[in-house]
Unconditional design. Structure first.
Length: 126
């Protein structure tokens, strides 16, 4: 007897069943619509358990203008910058002017170091 393929279905907008409407889905998963390309993304662990993603579900998702059935966080620049700055100062928003000043300082320090090394090399030769 041939093994039946394990097909992952995408959750419908109600969250109760798959987008394609099938009633015998054993794997139903959250999904997101690609931001750059017209693609559907599902969690990696689902792809490990399934042989393929239902083509009818994918078509229905691509034609759905509402986007994702998964939770989408608002794209609020102020909130994003504040949360990033609060979590890790390395990811804090940096102004262009501050960044340029830091680059100039580092380049100046590097030039000074190179000049000192050059002077030391001259002193050792004499």
């Amino acid at each position: 007897m041939l093994e039946q393929q394990r097909i992952a279905h995408l959750k419908g907008s109600t969250g109760l069943g798959p987008k394609c409407g099938t009633t015998d889905a054993s794997i139903v998963t959250n999904w997101v619509l690609g931001a750059t390309y017209r693609e559907i993304y599902v969690p990696a662990d689902v792809l490990q358990r399934a042989d393929q993603v239902c083509g009818r579900c994918q078509e229905a998702a691509l034609n759905d203008e509402s986007g994702s059935d998964d939770e989408v966080l608002p794209d609020d620049e102020d909130t994003t910058a504040e949360s990033a700055a609060g979590d890790d100062p390395a990811f804090a928003e940096v102004s262009d002017q501050r960044l340029l000043r830091e680059l100039a300082r580092r380049l100046h320090d590097a030039a000074d170091l190179a000049e000192e090394e050059s002077d030391e090399a001259k002193d050792e030769r004499h």
